[in-house]
Each structure stands twice: as structure tokens, then as C-alpha cells.
Design a protein around this ligand. Structure first.
Ligand code: UGY
Ligand code: MN
Length: 309
């Protein structure tokens, strides 16, 4: 692999040693060069969804590229990767930093944000007539409603709070939540209720023609104008349907990596990435890598598009 003439032997060897140590290249026992694996072999011992709050901001092969980001913003979709998520104090919340990742400014009818609650923090309330869904990605919070009933929510648990429903979340040490809010599209004689649950308690649903595993976190009842899906793919599995539909999506990749097709674009994605999909954007996912892909997906549902935005 390396050749050098006798007279420059010493200098060349120095260059090889210096270059290889800079690149992190190792010489195997058989004399074969190998680069370090980019797969995190310690990932198994980490807490659930660890990579969402501890993402790989600079893959080793891109770390010297100032200004580089995988984030993309287009008319009918956006990819917002961790290195471009910007946090600032969340209005109405104490000791909490928030990053609004999807808002009506993109054309969405909902907001999606990450809330980083710090020690002794308290949540604020959503605006009037706005419903809220939250999912705990890291840490724990105590959710209390106006009847004084409290529930501790830990990683993988979620809560739905109906519009104008008095509640607060308190955090003793630290927590990261992903939150969806939208103005409730009301239906006569239908009244949504508070829901608390956790992903592993939700049943697996039939997915005719598809291979991925599906759980829905909210009831499939007309009362609710959206649902949040948890979708699991083993490496090599992909969406069979090349979907184009009227619904909007907000997606957080909780685990794994793969390729997301959005319109005519094909994006490598990994855990911690967020995607906005506008109505009718062609969408498709294939899971790659060595570990399961799991994503959490907001989807509006149960409403006539002529009656509601
Ligand atoms: O239900 C859905 O629309 C879902 N399969 N879409 C997606 O994963 N992009
Ligand atoms: Mn879809």
C-alpha cells in the first residue's frame, strides 16, 4: 500500500506515521489499514432515546467543515438536524429552554418544539383553545391537573391535554420533552379528555401491506383531531407505500438511521433529526445501519379538509 524509495525512507515513514495518527487510521495485524468505526458500539448500554439528547453533532468525517449542516428548508418539507436547533427561554415556562422546530411560519397548522426543563422548572399553558401533546425523551416530570391529581412521567411516557385544560409540569432535576400543539378543530358533542400513557403499553396495530411496527398513542376516536404514531423499522425495512397524502407530519427520529425521501430529495437521517412534511409531499423511509429505527410522528386526522384547516 505504501511505497517509498531508499533515500527518502526516514522522511516518508515520518509522514505516514504523522498522517495516520491525524486521520485516526490504524494498522491491523495483517498490515491492512482500517478507519475507526463510525458506529457507536457503546450505544446498547445507554438510556432509551439517549441519542436524541446527546446527538452526534459532528460526524468524524465532517468535523472540520465550518458552516456545514444537513438541515434543509423547502416549500413542502424541512429537515432540522441537531446542530441547527436553536434554544431560547420558552415563553410562559420557567427555567426552560425551547426550540420551536415546526410552526405556522412553515405552513403547518401545528407547532412542534423541544423543551429542555432544568432543575425546579415549571411549564406554562398553551394559548386559548389549543390542545397539547407531550412525550418525554429524557428525564422525568410531574404532571398535575386542576383536580390536584399528579402523575410522574418518565422517558417514553406521554400526555394529551385537551384545550383550556388547566395543568402544569414540574421538573426536579432535568427533562427533555417533545411537544405538539394545535388549535383544536372542535366537533359538536365531542369532548377530548386528558390521556396519560407510555409507548410500551400501547398495542401493536395491524399494518396491512407494510412491514414496520405501529403503535398509536391516542385513541382512534373522532374526538381527537390528530394522532401520534410510533413507528419501528428493523435495518433494511422500508415503507412499502410511497405516500402522498393530505395530512401533515412532524417527525422526531428517536432511534437509528436511514434515508428519508421527501419530494425529489433523499436525505441521510439519524436519531435526533426532526422533519416537517407539508400536505402532499411525497414521502418514503428506509432504515439502514445496525440498529432499529424508531420515529414519533404527528399526523392530523378525523377531520374533513373542507371544514378545517
Ligand atoms: O401514517 C403515515 O402517514 C406514515 N406512514 N407516514 C410516514 O411514515 N411518513
Ligand atoms: Mn405519512
Amino acid at each position: 500500500m505504501w511505497s517509498f524509495s531508499a533515500h527518502s525512507h526516514g522522511a516518508s515513514l515520518l509522514i505516514i506515521i504523522t498522517t495516520s495518527s491525524l486521520l485516526g487510521v490504524t494498522f491491523g495485524g495483517e498490515g491492512i489499514c482500517s478507519a475507526p468505526s463510525i458506529i457507536d458500539s457503546g450505544a446498547d448500554s445507554k438510556p432509551l432515546y439517549y441519542k436524541v439528547t446527546n446527538p452526534t453533532l459532528s460526524p468524524s468525517h465532517l468535523q472540520d467543515l465550518p458552516g456545514y449542516t444537513r438541515s434543509v428548508y423547502k416549500r413542502d418539507h424541512a429537515l432540522i438536524t441537531p446542530e441547527s436547533q436553536v434554544f431560547s427561554p420558552l415563553p410562559g415556562w420557567t427555567k426552560t429552554l425551547g426550540a420551536y422546530l415546526i410552526t405556522p411560519a412553515l405552513g403547518a397548522h401545528f407547532v412542534m418544539y423541544l423543551a429542555q426543563m432544568q432543575e425546579k422548572s415549571i411549564s406554562g399553558l398553551p394559548p386559548h383553545d389549543v390542545e397539547r401533546f407531550l412525550f418525554v425523551v429524557q428525564g422525568a416530570v410531574k404532571l398535575t391537573n386542576s383536580s390536584g391529581i399528579s402523575e410522574r412521567l418518565t422517558v417514553d411516557s406521554f400526555a394529551y391535554l385537551p384545550p383550556n385544560f388547566d395543568h402544569s409540569m414540574k421538573c426536579d432535576s432535568s427533562a427533555t420533552l417533545v411537544v405538539f400543539e394545535r388549535r383544536y378543530a372542535s366537533l359538536e358533542n365531542h369532548h377530548p379528555k386528558q390521556i396519560i400513557g407510555s409507548t410500551d403499553k400501547q398495542p401493536l396495530l395491524e399494518t396491512p401491506g407494510e412491514i414496520f411496527q405501529l403503535r398509536k398513542l391516542l385513541p382512534m376516536s373522532m374526538v381527537y383531531d390528530f394522532n401520534v404514531h410510533i413507528m419501528d423499522f428493523e435495518p433494511g425495512e422500508f415503507l412499502n407505500v410511497k405516500e402522498v397524502h393530505y395530512n401533515q407530519h412532524g417527525l422526531l427520529l428517536l432511534e437509528g438511521q436511514g434515508i428519508y425521501r421527501l419530494g425529489e430529495n433523499w436525505y441521510p437521517v439519524q436519531s435526533g433529526d426532526v422533519i416537517w412534511m407539508a400536505p402532499f409531499v411525497p414521502q418514503w423511509y428506509a432504515a439502514l445501519g445496525k440498529t432499529r429505527s424508531r420515529y414519533l410522528l404527528y399526523k392530523d386526522t378525523n377531520r374533513d379538509p373542507l371544514d378545517h384547516k
